[in-house]
Write a protein that binds this ligand. Structure first.
Ligand SMILES: [Zn+2]
Length: 316
């Protein structure tokens, strides 16, 4: 049933992409998020079959790590008058949540209504979660940098302008950090997406701006040279705009092949993310990390399950 819907959606995406000034841009970005969800579901099935055993095994280890003694595993905790922070053992999974648009759209589960987003952030706040930057996640994977047991990473793909107008005020209210993966050619050109003024403000206020290619292709369908242009030009464009180093990327539609993996390493990316629906683990490979998808239609209970249980049912 779903396959019958996908083909016209894909076709309309391709047609719309050939005309970047199309007045029907709303359809374009809807298609982007719908396709990424579809891809997520397909890959989920494959991943869930071969990764559960390892996750269960890891989840039984629970060594804590003190904040003032990075790199050393023992069973200490750190106490302060209000909160006791328990630190995560090395080589555990971390829920890296993948958001897109924070705006209600009828029938589109890849767009999350702002009330749902706020309820999810409120849950994180009420339950003493820490939102990690990708720099912190990278150091956790590579240097045993201590991170709280209750850590999540918040990521937003595509750079919708509602990330600025709707998500950012809520993130600021709670003091949370997040990462936005931008499509570099959409900046200042595509209605409905972030402009450079917004991007600069976000970057200056705790939101890390990273890469989501030049124009959102299926990388695994491109030649090596085409892929290089997508991965290199987008990185350089964001670096020039923000005068910072771009080190992280999310693959559009979660698509990549061996050429992609070679290129991201050559070009200096430290971490890269797919759309596969699981917690992100070092054993995924640092340039093929999973992320957690939350449907816009999901009740808060599903969000809670997905950030507390690494073996959650990821079939929807
Ligand atoms: Zn995308």
């Amino acid at each position: 049933m779903q396959k019958k819907i996908i083909f016209p959606v894909l076709l309309s995406f391709l047609l719309l992409c050939s005309c970047s000034n199309s007045p029907t841009v709303q359809n374009t970005d809807s298609t982007v998020v719908k396709k990424e969800k579809q891809n997520n579901t397909n890959i989920d099935k494959e991943k869930s079959e071969n990764s559960n055993t390892e996750i269960e095994e890891n989840s039984t280890k629970n060594t804590d790590k003190p904040a003032n003694n990075p790199g050393i595993n023992d069973n200490a905790t750190v106490n302060n008058p209000t909160v006791t922070t328990t630190y995560k053992a090395a080589n555990q999974g971390v829920p890296v949540i993948m958001y897109h648009s924070i705006a209600y759209e009828e029938g589109n589960p890849a767009r999350l209504p702002v009330e749902n987003f706020k309820a999810q952030m409120q849950y994180l706040k009420d339950n003493n979660y820490t939102t990690l930057t990708l720099d912190e996640l990278y150091k956790y994977y590579t240097e045993d940098y201590p991170i709280p047991e209750k850590s999540v990473v918040l990521t937003f793909d595509d750079g919708y302008d509602d990330n600025y107008t709707s998500a950012y005020p809520i993130l600021k209210q709670f003091g949370f950090k997040a990462t936005i993966f931008l499509i570099s050619d959409f900046i200042d050109k595509m209605p409905g997406y972030l402009n450079s003024t917004q991007v600069k403000e976000l970057n200056a206020n705790g939101m890390s701006i990273e890469c989501h290619t030049v124009d959102h292709p299926h990388l695994d369908q491109l030649t090596v040279d085409q892929q290089k242009l997508e991965l290199e030009n987008s990185k350089q464009a964001i670096e020039k705009l923000l005068n910072k180093q771009v080190k992280y990327i999310a693959y559009p539609y979660g698509g990549y092949n061996q050429d992609t993996l070679s290129l991201v390493s050559q070009l200096g990316y430290s971490l890269a993310f797919t759309t596969d629906g699981r917690w992100s683990e070092k054993s995924d490979g640092l340039v093929t990390l999973d992320r957690v998808y939350i449907s816009g239609f999901a009740p808060l209970e599903k969000f809670i399950t997905r950030i507390t249980d690494p073996n959650y049912d990821n079939t929807d």
